[in-house]
Each structure stands twice: as structure tokens, then as C-alpha cells.
Ligand binder design. Sequence first.
Ligand code: SAM
Length: 345
Amino acid sequence: MKEIIHKLYKYSEISDDELKMLIDSASDKDDELLRLLADDVRRRYYGRDVFLRGLIEISSYCKNNCLYCGIRCGNKNAERYRLSREDILSCCDYGYSLGLRTFVLQGGEDAFFNDEFLCPLISEIKQNYPECAVTLSLGERSIESYRKLKQAGADRYLLRHEAADEALYTKLHPESMLLENRKSCLFTLKKLGFQTGSGFMVGAPYQTSDNIVSDIRFLQKLNPEMIGIGPFIPHCSTPFKGFKQGDLALVLRLVSILRLIFPKALIPSTTALGTIHPYGREMGLKAGANVVMPNLSPADVRKKYMLYNDKICTDEEACENIAKLKKRIADAGYEVLGGRGDAVK
Ligand code: SAM
């Protein structure tokens, strides 16, 4: 196993069989080696730097019915809200005053947020804060829409592919959602010049290590600037309520593997990771992640953007506690850097 890990460190590539073996059978010692080497690779391009993104969850309405997601349209228990233009602008204002230089507008696929609403809003944010990046995470849209959003000034787009394997994708999504469309959106985003992020949940129901190998191979084809992975966590009002959550050690192992394969990627230590372990965020950073996304949504809506059970949103992950978050990151041996935090070219 040691040889495989060193090969991955040296060449950023190993065979499917080797990758599968690493995913399935790495020991604690192997994980430790992976972590050390991933940290070394991250240091090469990013030193000890960690970038913060202010996450604004703009809508809990969603037309989709993904089987894993707490805001799926079929969840009649979900509380729905959408932020107004003024709400979003004041979140940016607040975030800017805290030193944040990237605003991520994320939400369910909500037709209310059409191009006529979003484009002037994005332009206004960019005008107010020219040195800030605007990231969107609003699901699948048409090429024309993505083009308009880019022209309005959006810099980045996050759209996890969720599962690169057709059979698994079908088990996680309703018939109306097509993997082919998801993938084509991602290639379109790249072509339009968005810094693009993709990724998948670890430990999603029915997921096998072969599936994870396919996910990694898809990411290599796409070559995104950002890669987000986190554990699947069940939500009590979804069809997947009875499945167990993703394994912490496997998520961390995969963060390290992804860092070794994608030395220059921006990899967040996700909220889901912070949800399954009190020090999950720090563990993610130590495994090779270099981005943290504190929650900038208005406090009264945060509990309504409940993608999975017990999603954290009020402690260090909340922007109002950013000083505590920075201290925790510093205590883990990293340094929060100001600025937009673009990926190294
Ligand atoms: N609608 C946009 C989209 O589809 O990309 C953005 C919002 S979506 C809720 C954001 C991400 O949350 C998804 O890409 C998914 O991977 C993650 N997510 C949803 N339900 C989850 C769960 N039960 N456990 C972990 N992550 C989950």
C-alpha cells in the first residue's frame, strides 16, 4: 500500500485497481501517510493558507426531488424561504465587513431566481465590491442562462456531479434528472470561463468503491478548479432516512487522495464534515483541504436550509463567530488568508 501511496504522490496517478485498493483497504498508518503527503503537496502551491467563502443560502425552494436532500420538493415538512435582493446585498455587506472576499449564492433550483433577478444582482455585488468573487451554486440551468450570469460578472460555479456512474445516479435521483445533463452543464460552465467546482457525497446509499473510482475519473476529465466532497448524512424526511451516514475516515482519505491527484485544486473542508465530527473541519484541513465556507445567511433562515439532519449553522461555522473560526484554523496550524483566493493556475 505504501508503494501505491508514494506512486500517487509522485505521479498524481495510479490505476483503477490501485485506487480501489486504497479506498477499500487503507489502514490507519496508510491514512497517516496519505495525510502527510497530501499536506506536503498542498504546501507546494498554497503554503499554510486557508481561504474563507461566505455562504449565502438564498432559497430553500427546489423543483427537484433528489432522494437524499432535505429540501427536495417532495419533503412537505421542509420550511421554505427565499431571500430578497436586499437580504442578499446586506449579507454581502456584512460579509465584506468581516473580511470575506468571496460570496457564494447557493440554493435549491427555484424558478424565482431567474436571470432577470440574478444578473442585475450579481452586477450590483461586483460593482459594490470589485475585488470580491461571486460564486453561484444554483443547479442546472440552460447554456444561455449560464452565459448571462457570467456576463453579469459571476466568477465561479459549484455544481457537484453527485455520481458519475449512471446506475448510481439513477438510484439517487428521480427519473426527470439526467446524469448526461449534469455532466454537460459542468463542461458548459468550464467552456464559458467559470472557475468550476464539482464533487460528490461519500457514503451515499448504494455507493461502492467502484463508483468512487468513476467519480475520481470523471473529475480528472473535467479538471475542475474546485472539488467538494463530504459525507452523506441522512435527513429524517427523505426516502434515505434509514441509511447510515458516510464514514469520517473514508471522507478524509478521499480528501487526501484528491489533493494528491489535484495539487492545485481548491478543496473545501465541508459543513457536512463539521457536522459528523466536532473537529471534522480541522481534520479536513489536515487531510489536504484548503477552503472553509462559514455561513453568512440571515440567522432566522439557517435552520430552514436543512439539507440533512443536525446540519451545523450556529457555532464557529456561522459568520458572526468568524473570530472563533479563524482561531480554530490557526490552532490547527493554518492561516486564513484575505483576498479572493482563486485557484493557482
Ligand atoms: N441546487 C444546487 C445543486 O444542485 O447543486 C445547490 C444546492 S444542493 C442542496 C448542494 C449540495 O448539498 C448537493 O450538491 C449535495 O451533494 C449536498 N447534499 C444534499 N443533501 C445532502 C445530504 N443528505 N448529505 C450530504 N450532502 C447533501
